[in-house]
Design a protein around this ligand. Structure first.
Ligand code: SAH
Length: 376
């Protein structure tokens, strides 16, 4: 798949083309202002109005003359997503359905105040962002897999999810997790362009230390992230303690098995010295035994880490075949047992709250039923 551009161009029915400025960095904005005969400092102004002040239209950039705004508006836009639906869960989680300019649907989730057992900051407000329309990786427990991959999102579309949700959120969003639809490492350039803009202190959005990229185990991406030195956090979707089961649950494991993935994770830790999070969904009778707990503790002990235990969120609309038909959430009692066993083996364990399950906004439940296909 060809890499997504950082920003989106939209062709109107009359043939005129408008390029979204969202997703552009200073150098790219300089080219935009040069094209309308303006000095370089205008690019800094645009940057500030886009990412710090969150204006949603060119005409709202009042530091530019009315005439200049008019000229810029002929070729530029600041928004390309349409908010198509918004649902609020009984626990306060809000799921946003956005439609892209080319008719695809994507989802973002705002988790207002997570009740987590490692709670050190009571007013955490987390956004879960999508990085692709659908996903090609076909994990057997994940609803997004049913959509397959339609396309990568541009950096501007990734940033716009944040800005639009921030407008609705009222209070400041404090954390970003790239755990929505898609595999971030398969859209590396756009995701990390967005990360750079989020974490730019001048934009006052979200500091790098509160941004997490979650991957199913794309080792090239993990190593690149380690080398490139953005100070963000890594989460790895583990979900099994043996290659046999992991390959059944996550076909990507046939390409990069546990040894290869754990080597990459260790490389990441050696380079960055940042604690890694392992995500582990509990499936009844499949990966929730004493033996699993022992193996998971052993695997994750290789680097300073936390193990995030996630209840399996059932997927309502797939027609399960193969291993998917055997996936059930572990009983409450076995869940608690497993957590206790893992702790007894020395792992640092967190239990992920299942925010937004009633509106299918919890981990793995994002898949757009209406409109997985493009609306022509
Ligand atoms: N592709 C990335 C990010 C998206 S998934 C990754 O694999 O990490 C975000 C998290 O939700 C992952 O840990 C994923 O394994 C988990 N998840 C997926 N389906 C789930 C389900 N049905 N129940 C609970 N968690 C799920």
């Amino acid at each position: 798949m060809k890499p997504a551009p950082f920003s989106i161009s939209i062709t109107a029915p009359d043939g005129s083309v408008r390029q979204s400025l969202l997703g552009m960095d200073r150098a790219e904005l300089e080219a935009v202002v040069a094209a309308i005969g303006q000095p370089t400092y205008r690019a800094n102004q645009l940057h500030e109005w886009l990412y710090r002040r969150h204006v949603d239209s060119v005409m709202a950039i009042t530091s530019l003359s009315h005439e200049l705004r008019g000229r810029l508006a002929e070729t530029a836009t600041l928004r390309t997503l349409t908010l198509a639906d918004q649902q609020t869960s009984t626990d306060g989680t809000i799921k946003f359905l956005f439609r892209t300019h080319d008719g695809y649907n994507i989802e973002s989730v705002l988790i207002p105040s997570e009740a987590r057992d490692d709670q050190d900051e009571p007013k955490r407000r987390t956004i879960c962002i999508s990085t692709q329309v659908g996903c090609p990786l076909d994990c057997k427990f994940c609803a997004t897999a049913s959509m397959k991959l339609k396309r990568n999102l541009a950096a501007g579309e990734i940033i716009e999810q944040f800005l639009r949700v921030q407008d609705v959120a009222g209070q400041k969003i404090t954390n970003i997790v790239f755990m929505g639809m898609g595999e971030p490492m398969l859209n590396y350039d756009a995701v990390f362009r967005a990360v750079a803009l989020f974490a730019d202190p001048g934009n006052d959005l979200v500091p790098a230390a509160r941004i997490t990229v979650s991957t199913s185990g794309l080792v090239e991406g993990i190593r690149r992230m380690a080398d490139e030195g953005q100070k963000i956090k890594l989460a790895l979707s583990l979900h099994a303690s043996t290659n046999g089961l992991r390959s059944e649950l996550m076909p990507i494991n046939r390409r990069h098995d546990l040894t290869e993935v754990m080597d990459a994770v260790e490389y990441y830790y050696r380079k960055t010295r940042r604690t890694v999070t392992f995500e582990y969904i509990l499936f009844e009778g499949l990966n929730d035994t004493e033996e699993d707990a022992r193996r998971i503790a052993k695997l994750t002990r290789r680097v300073p880490s936390k193990v995030n235990i996630i209840p399996f969120h059932s997927i309502s609309f797939t027609n399960p075949t193969g291993i998917s038909a055997r996936l059930h959430p572990t009983t409450r009692q076995q869940f608690d047992n497993f957590v206790a066993m893992l702790r007894a083996h020395g792992a640092q364990v967190m239990v992920r709250s299942s925010s937004g399950q009633d509106i299918e906004a919890a981990c793995g439940q994002l898949a757009v039923k209406h409109g997985a296909e493009r609306l022509e």
